[in-house]
Design a protein around this ligand. Structure first.
Ligand code: C5P
Length: 401
């Protein structure tokens, strides 16, 4: 399955809905992954069963269904899609989109997505020519959405003219062209992210590490990928599944992480999310350290690990244009973040509270402040995926995208 080809097909209510089934089949043949939303009107023309059988995925029907929201929420679905294709797009559906309505699953997703949206209109010729429809079409084009068709021909109602939905083969071939021309805001930019903890061995069975889950780094990597960045993630040992479409280098120790990052430079943006172990044992014991009955304490000597962020930010030849560090603090968030900004030569520090009371370490939420040399942006508690969206938007703005 090609993951850069995820299509969310919204099937609207028109006679041409039967052709949407052919579209699903054609897309699947071309290795697109297809998920479908059937509008209430669409359900009058094709059944959820035929749609789900052809797409191989459960069809989404209702914005207010607990079951489908729990399985794949409308926001997740909107984010999942590389492209949302509306076929057939009725006059009524496009009127809703043109006016920003979100009173059902399909329209809510179009409002929520940052992905490409393509309409394959289908309606009676008079409805198509109506000035209200044409005004809506103009508005939708201004919003940055694209169209495939309609074409001219004999209509279901017996009339002849423009308004027929494009044939499935045409939709599929034009979709590929429209997708190629779609420019993502981060296109052409490269990013390196460190993520997760590092692990420093003491002997063959023991190590020191920390509770970093790697979730925040993974979410940022995913969001940058969504925005068209070429992303490389250098990840310490974490249970988080590495995102697809991203170059992942797995490492264990801080030294390995530094080597992987240094070897991956240059890049436009470096984001240091990893919770790098500050220390490693001075002398690794190749044999398991034994305890004796008399022994009550154990003394180990640690030496400092390299500071990866500071190394990248001070790089003489390959310093990225934007260097972003993280500061996980249990107190004095702002003061410590500002100090780190200067000490490590970063452009921005994303500070977050990792005190036990805040309870964010390892959770799905985070409460962050973004410190630049000029400003501080403070955010409420958000899902880590939303922190990723916020940070990515800041990054894109700093590159004037
Ligand atoms: O100094 P402190 O560990 O608080 O700084 C946190 C920031 O520095 C994070 O961005 C972390 O990824 C980075 N860091 C690093 N190498 C280290 C320690 C921290 O890159 N050895």
């Amino acid at each position: 399955m090609n993951n850069s080809k995820r299509i969310l097909l919204i099937i609207g209510g028109g006679v041409a809905a039967y052709k949407a089934l052919e579209v699903i089949r054609g897309l699947s043949d071309k290795c697109y992954e297809v998920r479908c939303v059937l509008t209430k009107a669409g359900e009058q023309f094709v059944t959820p069963l035929s749609v789900s059988s052809l797409s191989g995925n459960q069809v989404s029907l209702d914005l207010f269904s607990h079951e489908s929201e729990a399985q794949f929420s409308h926001i997740e679905l909107a984010r999942w899609a590389d492209t949302i294709l509306v076929a057939p797009a009725t006059a009524d559906f496009m009127a809703k989109v043109a006016n920003g309505h979100a009173d059902d699953l399909a329209t809510a997703m179009i409002l929520a997505t940052t992905s490409q949206v393509v309409f394959a209109p289908a309606m009676n010729v008079k409805m198509w020519e109506n000035v209200a429809t044409q005004a809506n079409i103009k508005r939708i084009a201004e919003l940055g959405y694209s169209f495939i068709g309609p074409t001219e021909g004999k209509m279901a109602c017996g009339e002849y003219g423009l308004g027929r939905m494009a044939e499935p083969e045409q939709i599929i071939s034009e979709l590929e062209m429209v997708q190629t021309s779609w420019t993502k805001r981060g296109k052409g930019l490269t990013a390196i992210i460190t993520s997760g903890p590092t692990r420093e061995a003491i002997d063959p069975v023991r190590y020191i590490s920390n509770h970093s889950s790697g979730k925040q780094g993974t979410e940022i990597a995913k969001e940058l990928r969504e925005q068209g960045f070429k992303v490389k993630m250098v990840s310490g040992p974490s249970l988080t599944t590495p995102p697809t479409g991203i170059d992942v280098i797995k490492v264990v120790t801080a030294q390995e992480m530094l080597e992987a990052v240094s070897g991956s430079l240059p890049c436009d943006v470096f984001i240091s999310v990893a919770a790098v172990s500050d220390w490693r044992v001075k002398e690794y014991s190749p044999a398991k350290i034994k305890k004796s009955n008399q022994q009550q304490t154990l003394t180990l000597k640690f030496i400092k690990n390299p500071d990866i962020l500071a190394t990248v930010a001070h790089h003489k030849t390959h310093r990225p244009k934007l260097v972003v560090g993280f500061a996980a603090e249990t107190s004095d968030l702002e003061k410590n973040a500002k100090l780190k900004l200067d000490r490590k030569n970063c452009d921005w520090i994303v500070a977050n509270n990792v005190s036990e009371e805040a309870g964010f370490m390892g959770s799905d939420s985070n409460e962050v402040q973004i410190h630049t040399h000029a400003n501080t942006y403070t955010y409420p508690c958000m899902k880590k995926s939303d922190v990723a969206v916020t940070l990515t938007n800041h990054i894109l703005e700093s590159f004037n995208r």
